[in-house]
Design a protein around this ligand. Structure first.
Ligand SMILES: NC(=O)c1ccc[n+]([C@@H]2O[C@H](COP(=O)([O-])OP(=O)(O)OC[C@H]3O[C@@H](n4cnc5c(N)ncnc54)[C@H](OP(=O)(O)O)[C@@H]3O)[C@@H](O)[C@H]2O)c1
Length: 298
């Protein structure tokens, strides 16, 4: 990515890496290399990481591929996150789980991510969760230093409320708020998150866009039962699968939601890409909303 662009250009679907390593399917370096190549062949070059994934091991797995295949470094676009401190044998000095958005922590975490991922520059760095003790001016100082040193191109946040977003965005430009959005998790539609993005022309990125997979597997949850019943007829009507329908539902929102997919299966990523062409009708969007909330809108 060129750092002269005023805002990052995301690919229309972002590939999440949380479940590729120790927190999921435990891909080998060979498997991960093949996976990255196949994503790039589909034109999907955005990979979403976090320092903590796999208990602080996933960035290094990805970095091993980039070390072996330096040609990939200019092709992939890397987002990573900082600010959550996990208690794990990999961080024995963390006594309790906490959030840390101090300047020194952000700088140290970004340096570590660069080393683990084996790149000279991160395309996008997100504050993973709002730190109740966050000092916006201090975060801005850290971001400015990383930008000036050519170590990070763009900055954003994740799981921020609209007012937290506004606070930080007033002192340093943010390019996204990555929040949980799906038919099972609809807060962003109502708490001002998507309004704020639309107002500022910022693309929201949606984690767990398919409810983390539960929508396919949970047979007991009543909300899921209702969604699946309504979805069946719509899948038939549009001749699409359930995952494509759930993505088309997100993509219809005018704020330009970018799904961060969590699947490790290439066939599912290919299907997700074709969901970009599906145009759900206004009423069909509300049919699914109604199924999710369990009643018609007021
Ligand atoms: N910012 C944050 O706080 C935050 C929090 C959580 C996650 N994230 C990011 O968001 C990404 C996505 O999150 P997620 O993994 O929860 O997203 P997701 O796409 O909603 O869920 C992925 C899970 O659903 C399963 N799945 C997908 N399609 C399926 C289908 N058609 N049938 C059955 N199972 C299916 C996948 O299994 P298969 O692998 O078998 O397809 C995988 O286990 C993560 O990788 C991470 O990068 C960010």
């Amino acid at each position: 990515m060129s750092d002269t662009e005023t805002s990052i250009k995301f690919s229309p679907i972002i590939i999440g890496t949380m479940r590729l390593g120790d927190w999921g399917v435990k891909m080998t370096t060979n498997e991960l290399e093949k996976f990255i190549d196949q994503c790039l062949d589909l034109g999907l070059n955005d990979f979403d990481h976090a320092d903590i994934y796999g208990h602080y091991t996933e960035e290094a797995n990805f970095g091993k591929v980039l070390k072996r295949r330096p040609d990939l470094k200019s092709k992939v676009q890397i987002t990573t996150k900082c600010g959550i401190q996990l208690t794990t044998p990999n961080r024995p000095h963390h006594q309790i789980k906490s959030y840390n958005s101090t300047k020194s922590h952000i700088l140290a975490s970004a340096e570590n991510s660069l080393k683990e991922l084996s790149v000279d520059c991160l395309d996008l760095l997100l504050i993973h969760r709002p730190d109740y003790l966050m000092n916006a001016a201090e975060i801005a100082e850290a971001f400015q230093k990383l930008k000036q040193e050519g170590k990070v191109n763009y900055f954003g946040v994740s799981n921020f409320t609209p007012s937290q977003f506004e606070l930080l965005n007033s002192v340093t430009p943010l390019v996204t708020n990555q929040v949980e959005i799906s038919l099972l998790h609809r807060n962003a539609f109502e708490d001002g998150t998507l309004d704020k993005c639309q107002q500022l022309g910022i693309r929201p990125t949606a984690w767990s866009p398919l409810g983390g997979g539960s929508i396919f597997s949970d047979k007991e949850n009543l909300t899921i039962k209702r969604i699946r019943e309504s979805a069946d007829s719509l899948c038939e009507k549009y001749n699409i699968s359930l995952d494509q329908l759930l993505l088309a539902w997100l993509l219809k929102h005018p704020s330009g939601i970018l799904p961060v997919l969590g699947t490790s299966k290439m066939s599912r990523i290919e299907k997700a890409k074709t969901a970009l062409q599906i145009e759900l009708s206004h009423e069909d969007w509300y049919l699914l909303w109604e199924a999710a909330i369990g009643e018609e809108v007021a």
